[in-house]
Ligand binder design. Structure first.
Ligand code: SF4
Ligand code: SF4
Length: 169
């Protein structure tokens, strides 16, 4: 099957011991989609499928939550508002009981959210169930609204994790 130069270059960065298996999976995905050439689109879609939560796995016993926040805003905010709101189960965390755990708090890695996919994958083995998008990504005010919000949301949802918009306001 034909590959674009960009897609091939990406695959060259996959560790050699899993590269062949990954290449076959991408080609299998491209055949299912009926496309004749593999672009970065097919590579990223296949990657999302391979790393998503198994939809047949039993649901985790309790909510295990992460917050993704804006990399730009993180320069000036230590995250107190988000964490305080979680600890008190207020605003967008009011839905959880005392058994909920915050297992991750990370920035998107800068526009256009390049770190999100990788870090969500890292949390899947820890039974991540929900990711909250920080309120500063959503509101126009002291900080600009994130123009990549929908893309970031889809990236997380593709891994079988629920996305909730907002944290503390
Ligand atoms: S939502 Fe508020 S507390 Fe949370 S990271 Fe953004 S600015 Fe900071
Ligand atoms: S992608 Fe959105 S959340 Fe991330 S740094 Fe850019 S504006 Fe902020």
């Amino acid at each position: 099957m034909k590959w674009t130069k960009e897609a091939l270059q990406y695959m060259n960065n996959v560790p050699f011991f899993v590269r062949e298996k990954a290449r076959k999976k991408v080609e299998e995905w491209a055949r299912q989609k009926g496309v004749g050439e593999i672009t970065m689109n097919e590579v990223m879609e296949a990657r999302s499928k391979m790393t998503a939560r198994d939809p047949n796995a039993p649901p985790p016993a309790k909510p295990r939550i992460a917050v993704v926040r804006c990399n730009i805003v993180s320069e000036v905010c230590p995250g107190v508002g988000c964490l305080n709101s979680f600890n008190k189960r207020e605003q967008h965390f009011a839905r959880y009981g005392p058994d909920a755990e915050l297992i991750g708090f990370f920035t998107c890695g800068g526009c256009c959210g390049r770190r999100v996919s990788r870090l969500v994958e890292k949390l899947l083995p820890y039974d991540l169930t929900h990711v909250h998008l920080s309120s500063c990504m959503l509101l126009e005010g002291d900080y600009p609204r994130c123009p990549f919000k929908e893309q970031i949301k889809k990236t997380i949802q593709a891994k079988g994790v629920e996305v909730i918009e907002g944290t503390h306001h």
